[in-house]
Design a protein around this ligand. Structure first.
Ligand code: HEM
Length: 414
């Protein structure tokens, strides 16, 4: 449907429509209309609880600046009413995104140092090695591959598994479990949608990570899993449920997001050969290119906040219990903040994108994610002689974390 014919009500419903996220043009047309005509709009979509969609950069930031009023609990992510009921019945996780202060600050503090640039610097050589392995794998595939499946999925998974100190033999299991949890709307990845099916995914996670806690308590190493397994708050060890939730958020938040940024970033380079050329000629642009890829893809499509006191943003009043959907993808195309937002610009600076969120919950893994993306492209770009599509790309059906799940390419590597 052409943008002009689209009503504000129809446009708002894209946020609850997993199919809309598979069609970038349709999604962005709707967001463009909303930013112009109804930047904060009440959405009533069948099967979902009502929510306000926030599409402008300034409004998203304003909400994130006020975590006392706009809280993550009780519902940090938009779900169908029925799924929300199932998750509540099962007992939701207790990850950082399921916490507000004071708990959030205390639990985040347990690993915050580990994710500081100074601690992550020691991973630099390992990331370069994994990037080299990834591009060698691409070369071994003989000039054609599905970049999403063959390259961009394994590399961030290898990073997460190695920082958690997990064995290579478990990679496929972890990939399957994290996809089942995060990509549950996409039939290619979902185990199912019933209460029982959801519970079996959770059960598998708890069994796997429960064994990891026991192991790292008995024999601590210097990995992140040991930090979490041996964490102490107020003189007491943290509960197994909180520990396992911690592993789950790191395992899930840590790889699909980065994989999608890599694949969407490469797709943008293929579609904008002038930008690929720029990057070839000036590899010093890799850091700004990585940031631009993350803005472009915005793989975390949204988070929700819940109003716990009456409040007002840009003239819109909110009552206790209102839900606010922060559309990072829309905020990252806001014409008021980005010069020519639909231009993919590997040298974009400044790049005030909100793909990692903002404020108290700002992505814990942001530095790591950027290091990974830089490492891959620093290895790939100088070796890439030519590249073109080898079939249609496909985006995942997901209203929460999404991006390209397939990107068939043909290429020559040096
Ligand atoms: C390009 C890749 C990534 C993107 C776009 C991304 C995006 C986000 C966003 C939007 C949030 C919520 C921020 C908010 O509510 O304001 C978040 C939180 C989080 N991310 Fe990431 N992320 C990425 C990679 C990673 C990686 C590699 C890790 C870990 C290894 C990670 C771990 C986390 C954790 C633990 C949180 C929860 C933080 C909190 O609630 O305090 N993320 N991420």
């Amino acid at each position: 449907m052409a943008t002009e014919q689209l009503t504000v009500e129809q446009a708002g419903r894209v946020f609850a429509d997993a199919g809309a996220y598979t069609d970038e043009r349709r999604f962005h047309d709707a967001c463009r209309l909303l930013r112009r005509k109804a930047p904060i709009s009440l959405v009533e979509a069948e099967g979902f609880p009502p929510f306000y969609a926030l599409t402008r950069h300034a409004d998203v930031m304003e909400v994130e600046r006020n975590p006392e009023v706009f809280r993550n609990l009780p519902q940090p992510v938009l779900m169908e009413t029925e799924r929300e009921r199932i998750v509540r019945q099962a007992g939701d996780l207790a990850t950082l995104v399921h916490m507000d202060d004071p708990d959030h600050r205390r639990y985040r503090g347990l690993t915050a140092d580990w994710f500081q640039p100074s601690s992550l610097a020691r991973l630099e050589a390992r990331l370069a090695e994994l990037a080299r392995r990834a591009v060698d794998r691409m070369a071994a595939l003989g000039g054609e591959c599905d970049f999403a499946v063959d390259i961009a999925t394994p590399m961030p998974l290898e990073v997460i598994m190695s920082i958690l100190g997990l064995p290579e033999a478990d990679y496929p299991k972890m990939l399957q479990l994290t996809r089942e949890l995060f990509q549950g709307d996409d039939p290619e990845f979902a185990r199912g949608t019933t209460f029982e099916e959801f519970m079996t995914v959770m059960y598998d996670f708890f069994q796997y990570f429960g064994a990891l806690v026991d192991e790292r308590r008995a024999r601590p190493t210097d990995d992140l899993a040991s930090v979490i397994a041996n964490a102490v708050l107020d003189g007491e060890p943290i509960w197994p449920f909180q520990q396992i939730s911690y592993y789950v958020i790191i395992a899930t938040a840590g790889h699909d997001t980065t994989s999608f940024s890599m694949t969407g970033g490469l797709q943008a380079l293929i579609e904008n050969p002038d930008q690929l050329d720029r990057l070839r000629k000036d590899p010093g642009l890799i850091p700004t290119a990585a940031d631009e890829m993350i803005r472009w893809v915005s793989p975390v499509r949204h988070f929700l906040r819940n109003a716990v006191a009456p409040a007002e943003i840009s003239g819109q009043r909110f009552d206790v219990g209102d839900r606010l959907l922060l559309s990072y993808w829309s905020a990252n195309r806001d014409e008021d903040v980005f010069d020519d937002p639909f231009r993919f610009d590997v040298g974009r600076k400044p790049n005030r994108h909100l793909a990692f969120g903002f404020g108290a919950h700002y992505c814990l893994g942001a530095v790591l994610a950027k290091m990974e993306i830089r490492a891959l492209f620093a290895e790939l770009i100088p070796r890439l002689r030519s590249i073109e599509p080898a079939g249609p790309p496909a985006l995942s059906r997901s209203i929460f974390v999404g991006g390209h799940k397939h990107l068939p390419i043909r290429y020559e590597l040096g």
